[in-house]
Design a protein around this ligand. Sequence first.
Ligand code: NAP
Length: 556
Amino acid sequence: MSDIDTHTEGGTGSADVDAVVIGAGFSGLYMLHRLRELGLSVRVFEKGDGVGGTWYWNRYPGARCDSESHIYCYSFAEELHEDWEWSERYPEQPEILAYLQFVADRLDLRRDIEFETEVTSATYDESSSTWTVETADGERVSTRFFITAVGCLSKPFRPDFDGLDDFEGEWYHTARWPDEEIDFGDDHVGVIGTGSTGIQFISEVGGRADHLTVFQRTPNYAVPARNRPLGDEEYADIRANYDDIWERARDSRLGMPFDWEQHTAFNLSDEEIEEVLEERWQQGGFRFLHAFEPGYILSNAEINETISEFIREKIREKVDDPETAEKLVPTDHPYGSKRPPMDYNDYYGTYNRDDVTLVDVDEAPIEAFTPDGIRTADDHYDLDTVVFATGFDAMTGALLAIDIEGRDGQTLEAKWEAGPRTYLGLGIHGFPNLFTITGPQSPSVLTNMPMAIEQHVEWIADCIAYMDEQGYDRIEATEDAETQWVQNTNMLAENMLFSEAKSWYRGANVPGKTQVFTPFPGGLDNYREICDRVAGDDYDGFELDRVDDAPTVEGR
Ligand code: NAP
């Protein structure tokens, strides 16, 4: 239970705290810090028993971040850079978790975080303009502002296969991995899924199990990450140039400070394009997606096909058996229209091993689990352990898992029945004083996440400071602004190649989910400008007002 005062009258005229934040990952930790700097009282509720969010839960073998470590961190405090050093070009899950623990300690954040506490509902009271947030153990806390920092990829998705209850082996989901080492030594292991997670897991565990069977529905374009230790000299250079690195990252489409060789390929010959691509292939990681301006790659079908074909040829070169190679070559979607995964550990070479088998479950789908393994439409595979690398109910899943009720008794679930509707991915009409960090229709997953998170957290903190200065109690997105923003996001997505893939960006991975493109695809740089203009224009598109029965927060 919380050590703060809670009250159960339903909140008229008083609130327990200024803000409740849900989640203690990158977003929640920084939000807490910023609100505290404003002198506000804050409670953070976190389901896990420690900080970390995504990096608390995703502990599967091979888990690593595809953003380069020197930019996969907070930019806001120099002292954090001075006292932290990343060991490799891409950070492994334990190192990111250690970083977030370091930040929590350094900023003394834990005292306002209640761990192992799941928020089940949040209800808005119009007369006082407060939210009452309720937890699974029945605690109720009233607050002026309700801020979700629940992450975009945090509600795991597991397909509902017949027979799983009868399966006599062990099964795991990568996003709920046990906090202990699993020895696959003598096991026949099956893994379902070849997205970013599956690709990391497969290349890590291939060779560590007696046999690994990969159930692949759709192949992907894995680009070599080219991970390596970060040397002292390189690190010194990063530190010396951090101001410039952050400035360029903030002012970029993807929240990454990388230049491109050429803005477009219009004036280049085929040979010159090939040269650019080869050079970028050698650099690896997201630098490959910057061979040309990423927005151009993601919207020009011709150059995209050239790049896709370049990667397909690389896959064919790496896989010995031509039949297996063809199964691994993606042809159903353009490069980048699904989140491009990275290859850390010779992913494609893994399929040259005798103890690794690729099964095409697009051709012959999984029909059911049996007590001994998995039955597909044309075979049976004996398995001791099955790993679901089947992803997430992305973007909306974690928000809708909370029973959120706004003005006039409207629930978020009902409002979003035909897909999420937000203004800037930050505010929702009918849900005053609710802010959604990296919410649907904001750039979030199409960027280097910490950059998008910082922009949202700072915008929200500035907005609350403005409201307090001006004496406003309530802020709500207008219906018009929301409608225009949703239309704008959809239109941008339709004009890009995203519409050609069945991706989790569109909710296509979860059966029955409304399919609508969810992140804002117009670039973090443009988005930041729009948000700044909105704020500079007295929060254009939001309605701000005073409330007679506005709450006071005790003890502040
Ligand atoms: P994902 O990209 O959604 O991949 C899920 C995989 O499971 C896909 O291959 C999917 O096939 C397969 N699948 C789902 N249902 C299936 C079924 N019924 N039968 C057979 N196969 C099925 O999930 P993820 O790999 O966990 O990645 C999600 C996102 O998390 C990434 O895109 C990335 O943004 C983030 N992530 C980042 C990192 C990193 O930075 N290193 C690492 C991991 C994840 P289909 O493609 O056919 O649907």
